[in-house]
Design a binder for this molecule. Structure first.
Ligand code: PHE
Length: 362
C-alpha cells in the first residue's frame, strides 16, 4: 500500500517542518480533522469487505497512531522552544548597580556635634545625654532658679499640662542643656568631664531663633578648678573648631543663676569683603558665641556634693550658630525646613568622619 506509505512520509515531513504551533495545528487538521486525509481513510474502512478491512484496518490505524504521536512530539518540542525563548527574553536583572554618588548627606548640625565630640574627646571629655522632656527641678530648681526666680519667665518655656506632673514636678521641654549638668552630677561621682549636645526648646521664632534649636553643654567638676581652666578649655576648643590659631576670645562679665562668676564669651571676627570671618589677631568686631562660668556652689550642693571640696566650670553654646559661623549659612530657619537643595548644598558626605588630624571640618 504505497499510498499509505507516501501519505505517512508526507505528513511526517510536514510535521517536522512546521515552524510553529499554528502551522503544526494546520497539519493536524489536514490529517486528522473531520475532512482530514487520515480521517477519510478511517471512514473508508466502513465500505470495505471484511477481508479488505482485515489487512487495511491495522495499517490505517497504525498510520493514525504514528501521525498522532509525531504531532504530539513536535508539539512538545515547539512548546519547549517557545518557553525557552520566553524565559530568555523576560529575564530580570535584580542586581541593579548602586547610584554613582550616595544620595543622603549628614546635616550640618550632626556634623558639628561630631566635630565637638572629637575635639572634646581629645581633651578627656565624654559625651553625656539627658531627656528632652524634663521636669522643672532639673531644668530650673537644681540650677539655682527657684520658683519665683525671674529667669523662669525669661526662658519662654513650653510647659506640659499640670496633670502631666510627675512626683509633684511640672514637666516641660528643656529650655537648655544645663539640666544634663544636674543629671550627670547626681548619677556619677566626680571628677567629671562631659559635653552634652542635644535639642532644646523655647517659644521663640525669627531669622535667628527657632522653637527647637541645639545646644552643647560643657561641665568639669574636680578639685581646685578655677577660671583659668575654663578660659584655656574654651580657647582650645574654639581654635580647634574654627581650625585656626589666630582666634581671640573676650570674656565679658555676665549673669547666669547657675554660675558665679559668669561670663559671656565673644569671638573676634575680621571683615573679608564685608563678610564676617571668625578669627584674626586684630579683630574688627566681636560676636557672642557662648555663656559660661564657675558652677555655683548652690548647684553643686543641690546635687549632693560638698562645694568646699568640689568646684567646676560649665558652659553652654548654641550649636546651630556655631554651624552658621563656620559653614556660612545666614538663616537658621532653613536648617529645619528639610529642603533637599539646602541639604545637598550644606550637607556632608556620610563617610567623612571628623578627625583632629584631618581638620575636624574637612
Ligand atoms: N544654659 C545657658 C543658656 O542656655 C548657657 C550656660 C550654660 C551658661 C552653662 C553658663 C553655664 O543660655
Amino acid at each position: 500500500m504505497t499510498d499509505l506509505d507516501q501519505m505517512q512520509q508526507e505528513l511526517s515531513a510536514a510535521i517536522a517542518a512546521a515552524p510553529g504551533l499554528d502551522a503544526l495545528d494546520a497539519v493536524r487538521v489536514r490529517a486528522l480533522g473531520k475532512q482530514g486525509q487520515v480521517t477519510a481513510l478511517l471512514k473508508s474502512l466502513g465500505g470495505m469487505t471484511p477481508d479488505e478491512r482485515q489487512t487495511a484496518g491495522p495499517r490505517i490505524h497504525a498510520l493514525r497512531e504514528g501521525v498522532t504521536a509525531a504531532l504530539a512530539d513536535r508539539k512538545a518540542a515547539l512548546e519547549a522552544a517557545a518557553l525557552e525563548a520566553q524565559l530568555a527574553s523576560e529575564t530580570l536583572d535584580l542586581t541593579l548597580p548602586a547610584p554613582a554618588a550616595p544620595m543622603g548627606s549628614v546635616h550640618p548640625v550632626s556634623q558639628v556635634m561630631d566635630e565637638l565630640a572629637e575635639i572634646f574627646a581629645d581633651l578627656g571629655f565624654s559625651v553625656a545625654t539627658g531627656p528632652e522632656i524634663e521636669d522643672d527641678w532639673h531644668n530650673f530648681t537644681a540650677l539655682n532658679i527657684p520658683e519665683s526666680h525671674p529667669a523662669r519667665a525669661m526662658h519662654d518655656t513650653f510647659y506640659f499640662p499640670d496633670d502631666a506632673a510627675r512626683d509633684g514636678r511640672r514637666m516641660l521641654l528643656r529650655t537648655h542643656t544645663s539640666p544634663v549638668q544636674i543629671r550627670t552630677m547626681t548619677s556619677q561621682p566626680p571628677p567629671i568631664r562631659i559635653i552634652a549636645p542635644g535639642r532644646t526648646y523655647r517659644s521663640d521664632s525669627d531669622a535667628t531663633h527657632t522653637p527647637m534649636f541645639h545646644q552643647v553643654e560643657g561641665l568639669v567638676i574636680d578639685r581646685g578648678i578655677h577660671l583659668g581652666h575654663l578660659k584655656w578649655t574654651l580657647e582650645t576648643f574654639v581654635k580647634a573648631y574654627f581650625e585656626r590659631d589666630d582666634i581671640v576670645l573676650r570674656m565679658r562679665p555676665s549673669y547666669f543663676p547657675f554660675t558665679e562668676p559668669s561670663a559671656e564669651v565673644d569671638v573676634g571676627y575680621t571683615l573679608d569683603k564685608g563678610r564676617r570671618v571668625v578669627g584674626g589677631a586684630e579683630p574688627d568686631g566681636w560676636m557672642e558665641i557662648l555663656g559660661s562660668g564657675m558652677v555655683h556652689p548652690n548647684v553643686i550642693a543641690a546635687c549632693g556634693l560638698d562645694p568646699d571640696e568640689w568646684q567646676g566650670f560649665a558652659f553652654g553654646c548654641g550649636i546651630d550658630r556655631l554651624a552658621m559661623l563656620k559653614y556660612g549659612m545666614d538663616d537658621l530657619r532653613a536648617f529645619f525646613d528639610g529642603d533637599l537643595r539646602w541639604l545637598r548644598h550644606y550637607g556632608f558626605a556620610a563617610l567623612d568622619v571628623p578627625t583632629l588630624s584631618g581638620g575636624v571640618g574637612a
